[in-house]
Design a protein around this ligand. Sequence first.
Ligand code: B12
Ligand code: SF4
Length: 452
Amino acid sequence: MKVVFITPADDIRRSLTYRVGTFLYVRPNAITGPLILGRILKDAGHQVEVYEELSSRVDYAKFQDADVFCIYTMTPNAPRAYFLADQVHQKTSARVLIGGMHASVMPEEAAEHADQVVVGEAEAVILDVVEGRLTDKIVYADCIDDLDSIPFPDYSLLKTPCAEANVLTTRGCPFCCAFCTTSRMYHPFRKRSIESVMEELRYYKSLGFKYMNFEDDNFTADKERAKEICRQMIKEGLVFKGTFFFGRTDMAKDSELMELFEQAHLSCVLVGIESLNQESLDSIHKQQNVADIITFGKASVKHRIALIASIVLGIDTDSAADIQRSVEFAKSINAYTLQPAILTPYPGTETYEQYEREGRIITRDWSLYDMMNVTFIPKKMTPWELQEQFFIASKRFYSFFSSFKIFKAFGAGSGWRRLGLWLFVRLAIIGKRASARFQKDSYMYQLKHMKV
Ligand code: B12
Ligand code: SF4
């Protein structure tokens, strides 16, 4: 059978401006799920192709001969996924399967657009679903206990550009922050053997990948294991030009770990600072102290690990001043990038349940759930005031003068990129504020004029 996997991207992320921006700023990569499931199907004799709409325009006219369409969903691209599924049904006789993060928490919704929906990690069921042995409308897949039994993602199936390999050495996270989707979807926390991880790294080296990311939701959950992986990477020369990973601030308590990250070129980390207000950190069950954040700030500078500082905007106990304090902190430690994430009540999370109970969810237009739009009624400000805090945070961090600091700390290339971001952020904010004022059918207008 011919099976086509699609990872959709929403309208904004398929726009020309966004494509030019990402072309200049990020290397294209891919979600690993479809590449793993694709390999399972390919090994069973099926013809498989995988496409990422985020990385390039996909020509759907080519797929008239496909037998099965497999569509991945995360919440912000679910509407696009459903649109594509409806188009496939209208224009071809192919079957449509939907899976991934969003479909796993909203299977009935996804089932309105699909022949079958798979809830959870699909490795153990995908072949039976595609070959017609499992026929339930909604198939519930058990999580995979032995992660070493899962085949490596097959990048030869990917027909859209990709410049970096994504590796998951674990699934899930031992913590359970109130807003987090992944620690719930990939539950319980599981680890692969270090030998299996090394084998995968050898494989990517042999394929010629220059960049490799550890996309574990929390690569530093087990620090001794993270150290051992780095030691083996260094010993075997399995070090890449650059490796991005997700970590927690407590990693900085272990100076040997930070040293090994530097040596193994784990050069860029996304860390959830979230807030400098301890009451707020406790309310989201972050299990993180303000002291950890400060120690981490110093250590990331010392070990020259580029930091993507993620802060959450809109926690019930945070005021506007608290939000801007986090921004100033990120600036003071020369964070490479700031990710100001508006708190988003993703379905399936504790935050969603709480806001739903309290009647605080403003919209269920999932395309707005990308952490850049206010989708709920905050406690300490109006929805529009929170949206404005997002603009102010972005503007303060990506200031004209910050480019010079970045130039000094990370070199000319980074300085120029920051300058480009300064311009991009300003233009984007002008556009959003203009639609809030004049464009009556826009979400920004609705937010600005909302009576709460
Ligand atoms: C790598 C990654 C990216 C990359 C690449 C993604 C891409 N090209 O679109 C980049 C950096 C570009 C990215 C961008 C974004 N991302 Co992202 N990303 C991830 C990350 C870290 C890893 C994905 C992965 O490989 N997972 C591991 C594999 C094993 O799991 P999987 O892919 O989900 O596949 C399994 C199942 O889902 C299922 N399955 C998957 N596909 C299919 C298809 C069918 C038919 C079936 C039956 C089953 C099935 O079986 C698979 C095997 O078990 C995840 C976190 C995570 N742990 O998943 C976030 C994550 C998916 N991203 C997220 C978000 C919000 C975004 C952005 C909106 C961020 C932003 N503000 O710009 C954008 C949107 C991009 C888009 N396409 O529209 C959220 C989604 C939250 C949610 N509930 O929807 C996540 C969960 C992270 C988080 N913060 O919680 N992302
Ligand atoms: S530490 Fe990160 S990955 Fe773990 S539960 Fe919290 S937000 Fe999710």
